[in-house]
Unconditional design. Sequence first.
Length: 291
Amino acid sequence: MQTPASFEYERATSVEGAIEALQRLGSEARIIAGGHSLLPMMKLRLANPEHLIDINDLHELSYIREEGDELRIGALTRHVELLKSDLLAERFPAFRDAEQVIADPVVRNRGTIGGSLCQADAAEDLSAVCSALKGSAVIRGTQGERVVGLDEFHIGPYMTAVGDGEMLTEVRLPLRPGAGSAHEKVERRAGDWAVAAASAALWIENGTISEAGVALSAVGPTTVHVSRAEELLRGKAPAEELFEQAGEISSEDCAPLPDGRGPVDYKRHLAGVLTKRALRRAAARAQHQEA
Protein backbone atom coordinates (compact mmCIF):
# COMPACT_ATOMS: atom_id res chain seq x y z
CA MET A 1 0.00 0.00 0.00
CA GLN A 2 1.28 3.45 -0.91
CA THR A 3 1.43 5.73 2.10
CA PRO A 4 2.76 9.28 2.50
CA ALA A 5 5.60 10.21 4.79
CA SER A 6 4.63 11.48 8.23
CA PHE A 7 3.48 15.09 8.52
CA GLU A 8 1.92 17.53 10.96
CA TYR A 9 -1.62 18.79 10.36
CA GLU A 10 -3.51 21.90 11.39
CA ARG A 11 -6.80 23.45 10.33
CA ALA A 12 -6.90 27.16 9.52
CA THR A 13 -9.87 29.23 10.71
CA SER A 14 -9.05 32.40 8.75
CA VAL A 15 -7.04 33.50 5.73
CA GLU A 16 -4.76 35.49 8.03
CA GLY A 17 -4.30 32.42 10.21
CA ALA A 18 -3.39 30.28 7.21
CA ILE A 19 -0.82 32.84 6.05
CA GLU A 20 0.60 33.11 9.57
CA ALA A 21 0.99 29.33 9.69
CA LEU A 22 2.72 29.31 6.30
CA GLN A 23 5.13 31.99 7.54
CA ARG A 24 5.76 30.19 10.81
CA LEU A 25 6.26 26.73 9.33
CA GLY A 26 8.37 27.75 6.35
CA SER A 27 8.92 26.15 2.96
CA GLU A 28 8.00 22.63 4.10
CA ALA A 29 4.36 23.61 4.70
CA ARG A 30 1.67 23.06 2.08
CA ILE A 31 -1.97 24.08 1.86
CA ILE A 32 -4.57 21.39 1.33
CA ALA A 33 -8.15 21.95 0.14
CA GLY A 34 -9.58 19.26 -2.15
CA GLY A 35 -6.35 17.27 -1.99
CA HIS A 36 -6.90 15.43 -5.27
CA SER A 37 -3.58 16.65 -6.67
CA LEU A 38 -1.46 16.79 -3.52
CA LEU A 39 -2.43 13.52 -1.80
CA PRO A 40 -1.62 11.23 -4.76
CA MET A 41 1.80 12.88 -5.02
CA MET A 42 2.32 12.39 -1.28
CA LYS A 43 1.38 8.72 -1.56
CA LEU A 44 4.01 8.27 -4.26
CA ARG A 45 6.51 10.26 -2.15
CA LEU A 46 6.84 12.77 -4.99
CA ALA A 47 5.79 15.43 -2.48
CA ASN A 48 6.84 15.20 1.16
CA PRO A 49 5.56 18.26 3.04
CA GLU A 50 6.26 18.28 6.76
CA HIS A 51 3.12 20.28 7.52
CA LEU A 52 -0.36 20.43 5.96
CA ILE A 53 -2.59 23.45 6.54
CA ASP A 54 -6.23 22.61 5.85
CA ILE A 55 -8.22 25.60 4.51
CA ASN A 56 -11.59 23.90 4.00
CA ASP A 57 -13.20 26.08 6.69
CA LEU A 58 -12.31 29.30 4.85
CA HIS A 59 -15.72 29.73 3.24
CA GLU A 60 -14.95 33.38 2.49
CA LEU A 61 -12.74 32.07 -0.34
CA SER A 62 -15.64 30.32 -2.09
CA TYR A 63 -17.57 32.61 -4.45
CA ILE A 64 -18.24 33.59 -8.06
CA ARG A 65 -19.28 37.23 -8.45
CA GLU A 66 -19.02 40.31 -10.61
CA GLU A 67 -17.21 43.33 -9.19
CA GLY A 68 -16.92 46.34 -11.48
CA ASP A 69 -15.36 45.27 -14.76
CA GLU A 70 -14.18 41.89 -13.47
CA LEU A 71 -15.59 38.49 -12.61
CA ARG A 72 -13.93 37.17 -9.47
CA ILE A 73 -13.63 33.58 -8.32
CA GLY A 74 -12.48 32.62 -4.83
CA ALA A 75 -9.63 30.12 -4.71
CA LEU A 76 -11.69 27.63 -2.66
CA THR A 77 -14.52 27.49 -5.21
CA ARG A 78 -15.16 23.83 -6.08
CA HIS A 79 -15.25 22.43 -9.59
CA VAL A 80 -18.92 21.55 -9.17
CA GLU A 81 -19.72 25.18 -8.35
CA LEU A 82 -17.85 26.31 -11.46
CA LEU A 83 -19.77 23.75 -13.50
CA LYS A 84 -23.19 24.80 -12.20
CA SER A 85 -22.71 28.58 -12.17
CA ASP A 86 -25.07 30.21 -14.67
CA LEU A 87 -23.21 33.51 -14.28
CA LEU A 88 -19.92 31.88 -15.24
CA ALA A 89 -21.51 29.98 -18.12
CA GLU A 90 -23.03 33.18 -19.47
CA ARG A 91 -19.88 35.25 -19.19
CA PHE A 92 -17.22 32.62 -19.90
CA PRO A 93 -18.72 29.39 -21.29
CA ALA A 94 -15.24 27.88 -21.66
CA PHE A 95 -15.41 27.11 -17.93
CA ARG A 96 -18.44 24.87 -18.31
CA ASP A 97 -16.88 23.24 -21.39
CA ALA A 98 -13.82 22.38 -19.31
CA GLU A 99 -15.61 21.35 -16.14
CA GLN A 100 -17.77 18.87 -18.05
CA VAL A 101 -14.63 16.91 -18.99
CA ILE A 102 -12.58 17.28 -15.79
CA ALA A 103 -12.14 14.03 -13.88
CA ASP A 104 -15.28 12.59 -12.23
CA PRO A 105 -17.95 13.71 -9.74
CA VAL A 106 -15.84 12.74 -6.71
CA VAL A 107 -13.02 15.03 -7.82
CA ARG A 108 -15.36 17.79 -8.99
CA ASN A 109 -17.21 17.82 -5.66
CA ARG A 110 -14.04 18.49 -3.64
CA GLY A 111 -11.37 19.83 -5.97
CA THR A 112 -10.93 23.62 -6.19
CA ILE A 113 -9.86 26.14 -8.81
CA GLY A 114 -7.05 27.28 -6.53
CA GLY A 115 -5.71 23.77 -6.16
CA SER A 116 -5.89 23.19 -9.89
CA LEU A 117 -3.94 26.35 -10.73
CA CYS A 118 -1.39 25.90 -7.94
CA GLN A 119 -0.66 22.32 -8.96
CA ALA A 120 0.73 23.80 -12.21
CA ASP A 121 0.31 20.53 -14.08
CA ALA A 122 0.75 21.13 -17.81
CA ALA A 123 -2.19 18.81 -18.57
CA GLU A 124 -4.61 20.66 -16.26
CA ASP A 125 -7.59 22.25 -18.05
CA LEU A 126 -8.43 25.36 -16.00
CA SER A 127 -4.97 26.87 -16.40
CA ALA A 128 -5.49 27.02 -20.16
CA VAL A 129 -9.01 28.41 -19.73
CA CYS A 130 -7.86 31.19 -17.38
CA SER A 131 -4.86 32.00 -19.58
CA ALA A 132 -6.99 32.31 -22.72
CA LEU A 133 -9.43 34.55 -20.84
CA LYS A 134 -6.58 36.89 -19.82
CA GLY A 135 -7.09 36.06 -16.16
CA SER A 136 -4.94 37.08 -13.22
CA ALA A 137 -4.21 35.55 -9.84
CA VAL A 138 -4.38 37.33 -6.49
CA ILE A 139 -1.62 36.18 -4.14
CA ARG A 140 -1.76 37.20 -0.48
CA GLY A 141 1.00 37.25 2.11
CA THR A 142 1.88 39.13 5.25
CA GLN A 143 2.86 42.19 3.16
CA GLY A 144 -0.56 42.34 1.48
CA GLU A 145 -1.84 41.33 -1.94
CA ARG A 146 -0.23 41.26 -5.35
CA VAL A 147 -1.89 40.52 -8.67
CA VAL A 148 -0.07 38.33 -11.21
CA GLY A 149 -1.16 37.56 -14.76
CA LEU A 150 -1.69 33.88 -15.52
CA ASP A 151 1.24 33.95 -17.94
CA GLU A 152 3.49 34.94 -15.06
CA PHE A 153 1.76 32.75 -12.47
CA HIS A 154 3.04 29.46 -13.90
CA ILE A 155 6.82 29.72 -13.96
CA GLY A 156 7.66 26.08 -14.68
CA PRO A 157 6.41 22.50 -14.38
CA TYR A 158 4.66 22.24 -10.98
CA MET A 159 6.01 25.69 -10.09
CA THR A 160 4.05 28.91 -9.54
CA ALA A 161 4.70 32.50 -8.52
CA VAL A 162 3.24 31.79 -5.05
CA GLY A 163 6.15 32.19 -2.65
CA ASP A 164 6.83 30.83 0.81
CA GLY A 165 4.35 32.27 3.28
CA GLU A 166 1.87 33.19 0.53
CA MET A 167 -1.35 31.71 -0.80
CA LEU A 168 -3.57 32.12 -3.84
CA THR A 169 -6.85 33.70 -2.77
CA GLU A 170 -8.67 34.75 -5.96
CA VAL A 171 -8.82 34.54 -9.75
CA ARG A 172 -9.91 37.64 -11.68
CA LEU A 173 -11.23 37.68 -15.23
CA PRO A 174 -11.75 40.94 -17.15
CA LEU A 175 -15.27 41.59 -18.43
CA ARG A 176 -15.44 43.07 -21.93
CA PRO A 177 -18.26 43.34 -24.48
CA GLY A 178 -18.60 40.88 -27.34
CA ALA A 179 -16.93 38.01 -25.51
CA GLY A 180 -17.03 34.37 -26.56
CA SER A 181 -14.95 31.43 -25.35
CA ALA A 182 -14.65 27.67 -25.68
CA HIS A 183 -12.57 24.72 -24.50
CA GLU A 184 -11.89 21.60 -26.55
CA LYS A 185 -10.25 18.43 -25.25
CA VAL A 186 -9.26 14.97 -26.45
CA GLU A 187 -8.79 12.31 -23.77
CA ARG A 188 -8.30 8.57 -23.90
CA ARG A 189 -11.30 7.93 -21.65
CA ALA A 190 -13.83 10.07 -19.81
CA GLY A 191 -12.28 12.07 -16.99
CA ASP A 192 -8.69 11.35 -18.00
CA TRP A 193 -5.91 13.87 -18.34
CA ALA A 194 -5.89 15.43 -21.79
CA VAL A 195 -3.94 14.06 -24.71
CA ALA A 196 -4.25 17.67 -25.85
CA ALA A 197 -6.66 20.50 -25.09
CA ALA A 198 -7.19 24.02 -26.36
CA SER A 199 -8.92 27.05 -24.87
CA ALA A 200 -9.86 30.04 -26.99
CA ALA A 201 -11.42 33.41 -26.24
CA LEU A 202 -12.46 36.10 -28.69
CA TRP A 203 -13.81 39.61 -28.15
CA ILE A 204 -15.62 40.83 -31.26
CA GLU A 205 -16.68 44.44 -31.84
CA ASN A 206 -18.37 45.60 -35.05
CA GLY A 207 -17.47 42.35 -36.77
CA THR A 208 -13.76 42.57 -35.91
CA ILE A 209 -11.72 40.63 -33.35
CA SER A 210 -10.54 43.28 -30.89
CA GLU A 211 -8.76 40.81 -28.57
CA ALA A 212 -7.98 37.09 -28.62
CA GLY A 213 -6.69 34.46 -26.24
CA VAL A 214 -5.37 30.99 -27.13
CA ALA A 215 -3.85 28.52 -24.67
CA LEU A 216 -3.06 24.80 -24.78
CA SER A 217 -2.89 22.02 -22.20
CA ALA A 218 -0.80 18.82 -22.21
CA VAL A 219 1.46 19.81 -25.11
CA GLY A 220 4.35 21.47 -23.28
CA PRO A 221 6.15 21.61 -19.93
CA THR A 222 3.63 24.22 -18.79
CA THR A 223 0.39 25.65 -20.16
CA VAL A 224 1.23 26.95 -23.64
CA HIS A 225 0.15 30.54 -24.32
CA VAL A 226 0.03 30.82 -28.12
CA SER A 227 0.81 34.51 -28.45
CA ARG A 228 1.57 34.31 -32.19
CA ALA A 229 -1.93 33.03 -32.89
CA GLU A 230 -3.40 35.84 -30.81
CA GLU A 231 -1.44 38.42 -32.79
CA LEU A 232 -2.69 36.90 -36.03
CA LEU A 233 -6.32 37.09 -34.91
CA ARG A 234 -6.40 40.67 -33.61
CA GLY A 235 -7.94 43.22 -35.93
CA LYS A 236 -9.37 40.69 -38.37
CA ALA A 237 -12.87 39.44 -39.10
CA PRO A 238 -13.65 35.91 -37.88
CA ALA A 239 -13.21 33.43 -40.73
CA GLU A 240 -12.57 29.72 -41.17
CA GLU A 241 -9.32 30.37 -43.06
CA LEU A 242 -8.10 32.63 -40.24
CA PHE A 243 -8.86 29.96 -37.63
CA GLU A 244 -7.06 27.39 -39.79
CA GLN A 245 -3.95 29.56 -39.77
CA ALA A 246 -4.18 30.01 -36.00
CA GLY A 247 -4.42 26.25 -35.62
CA GLU A 248 -1.28 25.78 -37.69
CA ILE A 249 0.55 28.20 -35.40
CA SER A 250 -0.60 26.24 -32.34
CA SER A 251 0.77 23.07 -33.90
CA GLU A 252 4.09 24.78 -34.51
CA ASP A 253 4.42 26.58 -31.19
CA CYS A 254 3.58 23.77 -28.77
CA ALA A 255 6.24 21.42 -27.40
CA PRO A 256 4.70 18.00 -26.67
CA LEU A 257 6.63 14.97 -25.49
CA PRO A 258 5.93 11.39 -26.57
CA ASP A 259 4.29 9.26 -23.88
CA GLY A 260 1.57 6.67 -23.38
CA ARG A 261 -1.04 9.11 -24.62
CA GLY A 262 0.52 9.52 -28.05
CA PRO A 263 3.53 10.52 -30.18
CA VAL A 264 4.66 14.09 -30.80
CA ASP A 265 3.22 14.40 -34.32
CA TYR A 266 -0.20 13.25 -33.17
CA LYS A 267 -0.24 15.75 -30.28
CA ARG A 268 0.84 18.60 -32.55
CA HIS A 269 -1.93 17.69 -34.97
CA LEU A 270 -4.47 17.65 -32.13
CA ALA A 271 -3.28 21.04 -30.86
CA GLY A 272 -4.02 22.57 -34.26
CA VAL A 273 -7.37 20.88 -34.77
CA LEU A 274 -8.60 21.69 -31.25
CA THR A 275 -7.48 25.31 -31.54
CA LYS A 276 -9.49 25.70 -34.73
CA ARG A 277 -12.56 24.07 -33.16
CA ALA A 278 -12.32 26.21 -30.02
CA LEU A 279 -11.94 29.41 -32.05
CA ARG A 280 -14.92 28.49 -34.22
CA ARG A 281 -17.15 27.95 -31.17
CA ALA A 282 -15.79 31.02 -29.38
CA ALA A 283 -16.56 33.18 -32.45
CA ALA A 284 -20.12 31.84 -32.67
CA ARG A 285 -20.70 32.62 -29.01
CA ALA A 286 -19.15 36.08 -29.28
CA GLN A 287 -21.27 36.93 -32.31
CA HIS A 288 -24.36 35.77 -30.42
CA GLN A 289 -23.43 38.13 -27.56
CA GLU A 290 -22.80 40.97 -30.02
CA ALA A 291 -26.20 40.40 -31.63
